[in-house]
Design a protein around this ligand. Structure first.
Ligand SMILES: CC(=O)SCCNC(=O)CCNC(=O)[C@H](O)C(C)(C)COP(=O)(O)OP(=O)(O)OC[C@H]1O[C@@H](n2cnc3c(N)ncnc32)[C@H](O)[C@@H]1OP(=O)(O)O
Ligand SMILES: CC(C)C(=O)C(=O)O
Ligand SMILES: [Mg+2]
Length: 510
């Protein structure tokens, strides 16, 4: 008989702590809806006390998502707990997730507290949280470097205070599989009242062991796994949802554990995340990378042709990587687009579908064949893009080995039309210079990457730019069949994000 594992997804909280993975409110709600379709049990939506923007995003998610628990993270402080509760309480299964560090190094240097103070603080925080809801999770930050007996004492106190989920984080990715398995067994056996709570594990990937450690803890008796899509998260990231879930699925015989995850939604979910944060999935990434089901060498190809199972331990279809059975192009109708979008996990209303359909028809006039990536790029640009402060209307750029590269840009800034022109060392430099002049900012360009997201000379080019201004960074991404237009759109996307972050921080200070 298989036992059930609860999947706690923290892409929107720990995942967002990953450098360059900042998401705006609409993007977070969009991703949360996809996580709901994916079938995770708990969505950690953010850290409401962090900023007004985080608070509002968590509140909107708590409202938008009805079939998952929505958790808000907070320090072991009444003010943080109040803020978290205010943000999540609209959700019918809201969870307060409070945490406090228990390792000697964190207590001494970071918290500057003695053990007895930490014990009291953890207990008081959980009691306060329980006065708001019975659904309370307590995390002992840096649990894996904590003294085991003290950790057990902390857990005993918070369970008695009413915590129903006890999380054991390997905050700095230090533990080893056998060690965390022993720790979980020790805690289950030695914490009085352990049977009243679900034990959870939260592993970081500093030594590349996050998935292995998570699975070892689950095998040892933990029943909740805290994971993120693609493994994004603080520093080297967290345990990847797809790896943990598919390990349990592929190796049912070994784990005898199941989850509620709708596995065919794994690939669409990770791809949506990649589109939102503008970071491509590495081709060699397990399960979701472009090469994960590709066979290059002759002996492997021969084996796969004879029987796929010779070199494939799961099918691409089982994680939602579908063979495209219909070619989309300028002769395709609404129904075909609608079906493909649904297969990809997008739930668009009639109006949104109309917008995408019109944009796709326009693209199909310029491109022979429309690929899934084209479709997703259009959905992201047309439906899930930021409300723009800066909007591109028209652009022309001149280049060539005899010409002095220059660009003319017509844009709207807060709805006001502006046209300017400037030169550069190449057409993209000229476009960026002109845009900078129009918006009156000159951020440093930290990264510029071009990627052909579909094949052929008429491929959609995907451009990612990272800019920095006054210590704040912002990533923008866009695609277009014209690489210079894609560059301009990506640059504006990054500028819009930067402007939005500045507006949010001004609001938070008011
Ligand atoms: C392991 C993790 O992932 S934990 C989550 C990490 N995520 C984040 O930190 C993102 C959100 N954080 C923030 O926006 C800010 O840090 C805030 C709003 C929470 C706090 O900001 P500030 O008040 O400026 O404090 P700052 O960040 O400089 O320092 C943190 C303070 O919280 C204290 N603290 C840290 N953890 C806890 C805790 N679990 N419970 C209570 N206090 C805590 C620290 O000791 C420090 O206190 P001090 O200022 O008295 O020394
Ligand atoms: C807040 C906790 C759960 C955390 O993210 C960690 O310890 O890594
Ligand atoms: Mg973490």
């Amino acid at each position: 008989m298989s036992e059930r594992i609860y999947i706690f997804d923290t892409t929107l909280r720990d995942g967002e702590q990953s450098p360059g993975a900042t998401m705006n409110r609409d993007e977070k709600v969009r991703l949360a809806r996809q996580l709901e379709i994916l079938g995770v049990d708990i969505i950690e939506a953010g850290f409401p006390a962090a900023s007004q923007g985080d608070f509002e995003a968590v509140r909107d998610i708590a409202q938008a998502v009805q079939n998952c628990q929505v958790a808000g993270l907070c320090r072991a402080l009444p003010s943080d707990i109040d803020r978290a509760w205010d943000a999540i309480k609209v959700n019918p299964q809201a969870r307060i997730h409070t945490f406090l560090a228990t390792s000697d190094i964190h207590m001494k240097y970071k918290l500057r507290k003695e053990r007895h103070e930490v014990l009291d603080m953890a207990e008081a925080a959980v009691k306060y949280a329980v006065s708001k809801t019975a659904n309370v999770e307590f995390s002992a930050e840096d649990a894996s470097r904590s003294d085991w007996a003290f950790l057990a004492q902390v857990f005993e106190r918070v369970i008695a205070a009413g915590a129903t989920t006890i999380n054991v984080p390997d905050t700095v990715g230090y533990t080893q599989p056998q060690e965390i398995a022993e720790l979980i067994k020790y805690l289950l056996e030695n914490v009085k009242g352990s049977h009243k709570a679900v034990f959870s594990v939260h592993c970081h990937n500093d030594l590349g062991l996050a998935t292995a450690n998570t699975l070892a803890a689950l095998k040892a008796g933990a029943r909740q796994a805290e994971v993120t899509l693609s493994g994004i998260g603080e520093r080297a990231g967290n345990a990847a949802l797809e790896e943990v879930v598919m390990s349990m699925d592929v190796r049912k015989d070994f784990y005898q554990l199941t989850t509620n995850v709708n596995k065919e939604q794994i690939f669409p979910s990770t791809r949506l995340l990649s589109l939102i944060i503008g970071q491509p999935i590495p081709p060699y990434k397990s399960i979701i990378g472009a090469n994960a089901f590709a066979h290059e060498s002759g002996i492997h190809q021969d084996g796969v042709l004879k029987n796929r199972q010779t070199y494939e331990i799961m099918t691409p279809e089982s994680v939602g990587r579908q063979e495209e059975d219909m070619v989309l192009g300028k002769h395709s109708g609404r129904a075909a687009f609608d079906k493909r979008l649904k297969d990809l996990g997008y739930r668009l209303d009639e109006e949104q579908l109309g917008i995408v359909f019109t944009a796709m028809k326009k693209l199909a006039d310029r491109k022979k064949e429309i690929f899934v990536e084209d479709l997703e790029a259009v959905v992201l640009d047309e439906i899930f893009r930021l409300p723009d402060k800066y909007r591109l209307e028209y652009l022309s750029a001149l280049s060539g080995n005899m010409a002095i590269p220059n660009a003319v840009v017509k844009m709207y800034v807060d709805g006001e039309e502006r046209i300017l022109s400037d030169f550069g060392t190449g057409p993209i430099d000229a476009v960026f210079n002109t845009i900078g002049k129009v918006v009156g900012r000159s951020p440093k360009l930290v990264r510029y990457a071009v990627n052909a997201i579909t094949g052929g000379t008429d491929a959609q080019g995907e451009v990612t730019v990272k800019i920095e201004e006054n210590g704040k960074t912002s990533v923008g991404r866009a695609s277009d069949a014209d690489i210079i237009v894609a560059s301009a759109k990506a640059y504006l996307n990054a500028l819009n994000r930067l402007a939005k972050r500045q507006e949010d921080s001004i609001c938070a200070r008011l």
